[in-house]
Write a protein that binds this ligand. Structure first.
Ligand code: FEO
Length: 402
């Protein structure tokens, strides 16, 4: 059964949503699923933008066949070779033997690597500014390497003012028949999953994303058509403003992400006591237990807030393993420009603060603030003054009144 919608008169949405795979990239939980988007152009020539993940292959091929309505397929544009957009490419090439593949040279090499197919007789390699005439439409290709792989390009159709943005402007969450971001309360219901998608999938590549924003600013855009999530036809400024902040590693909000590791609960108790005092002073806080919440969510919150409060027990003379994983993830995604406060616990030789700092100190614009609050097994009653000083320092740094 097909499920298609018109983006414009000539561009048809032929992608699909999946809610059965528990993890995206075998790493990130997607409890609300994800969509894999494809767009089919019906012009004098027919053009399919990318293929699909295995999980939606059935509906994808049914959608394409229904939308073509007996016509052949002239071109398959491969903007991105990551298998969530290309696992069905081999099958598509077999089903549509006359279709020519349009892609970058790097993508052509990856097609060989991933599929084992020799497409040299049916590939049209393109570079920056090259075009594909299809009749009423002219597709113009622009190279956008590392958003999010090196072979990636985006496509602009001046006739319908549509930018096909590959992974950029995507988000987690199935779309389930809705097509446009303005058909839902995007900024109320989907922004968190857009941030989590950005931080975890594209977050490392802030500079290339800034390059995309500059290129997009020069285009007359009526539609942004990403490979995941909703199509944008309104409110461009709002989502682009978020991308601008995220890709410059600037926080969206002054506030504190509190990430807590706690083996027996004592470190968490101290972190919650700090959170309570901060909340009382009007400082916005969000607390996550690194053993209970997947790191993809906590990384996303680190992209959101200006300050990090990291609380960890000492473990194997270093940082508790779940906190260590989270911090390595932050470092791998090159988070920048954050102020870090720390609570460490150690019953006989506290070493967690030094360990946490060692993982993060190479990150650009990271400031490690004083004081560090040190617990010996648990927050002692006589440390009440120390806790107040710690909370006041966080509050002052965030910009609240002590
Ligand atoms: Fe949605 Fe980088 O693939």
């Amino acid at each position: 059964m097909y499920c298609i919608r018109n983006v414009t008169d000539d561009w048809i949405y032929v992608g699909g949503s999946d809610r059965r795979q528990p993890l995206f990239e075998a790493a990130h939980p997607i409890p609300d699923g994800v969509s894999y988007n494809n767009y089919l152009l019906l012009d004098e020539k027919t053009v399919l933008m990318d293929t699909a993940d295995r999980s939606v292959a059935k509906v994808f091929f049914e959608n394409v066949a229904h939308a073509l309505n007996g016509r052949g397929l002239d071109y398959i544009v491969v903007q991105h070779m990551e298998p969530d957009h290309s696992a069905s490419l081999g099958q598509a090439l077999g089903l549509y033997p006359d279709a020519q593949v349009v892609c970058t040279a790097k993508a052509a090499a990856m097609i060989r690597q991933f599929t084992g197919l020799d497409i040299s007789e049916r590939v049209r390699m393109v570079k920056e500014g090259d075009t594909l005439e299809t009749g009423r439409h002219t597709l113009k290709f622009t190279m956008t390497p590392m958003v999010h792989w090196p072979e990636v390009m985006m496509t602009y159709d001046a006739a319908d003012k549509a930018l096909f943005s590959a992974d950029a402007f995507g988000h987690f969450g199935a779309t389930d028949g809705r097509l446009f971001a303005d058909e839902v309360d995007f900024f109320g219901e989907y922004l968190d999953e857009a941030r989590r998608y950005y931080a975890n999938i594209v977050g490392k590549y802030g500079m290339p994303v800034q390059g995309v924003l500059k290129k997009a600013a020069a285009l007359d855009i009526a539609y942004i058509c990403p490979l995941h999530g909703f199509v944008w036809r309104r409110d461009f400024d709002r989502i682009i403003a978020k991308y601008d902040l995220w890709s410059r590693y600037q926080s969206e909000e002054r506030g504190v992400l509190i990430a807590v590791a706690s083996v027996y609960g004592n470190t968490a108790d101290a972190a919650r006591a700090a959170a309570a005092k901060l909340a009382e002073k009007g400082v916005k806080c969000a607390l996550y237990d690194v053993s209970a919440t997947d790191p993809s969510y906590i990384l996303s919150e680190a992209f959101r807030y200006s300050h990090l409060l990291l609380a960890s027990p000492t473990y194997n003379n270093g940082v508790f393993v779940k906190m260590e994983n989270l911090l390595h993830d932050m470092a791998a995604h090159t988070l920048a420009n954050r102020t870090v406060f720390m609570i460490q616990n150690g019953s006989w030789a506290p070493a967690a603060a030094a360990g946490m700092k060692a993982i993060l100190e190479g990150l650009k614009g990271f400031v490690f603030a004083e004081p560090v609050l040190t617990l010996k097994s648990a927050l002692a009653p006589e440390q009440a003054g120390e806790m107040d000083d710690f909370v006041n320092a966080v509050c002052e740094s965030v910009g609240g009144s002590v």
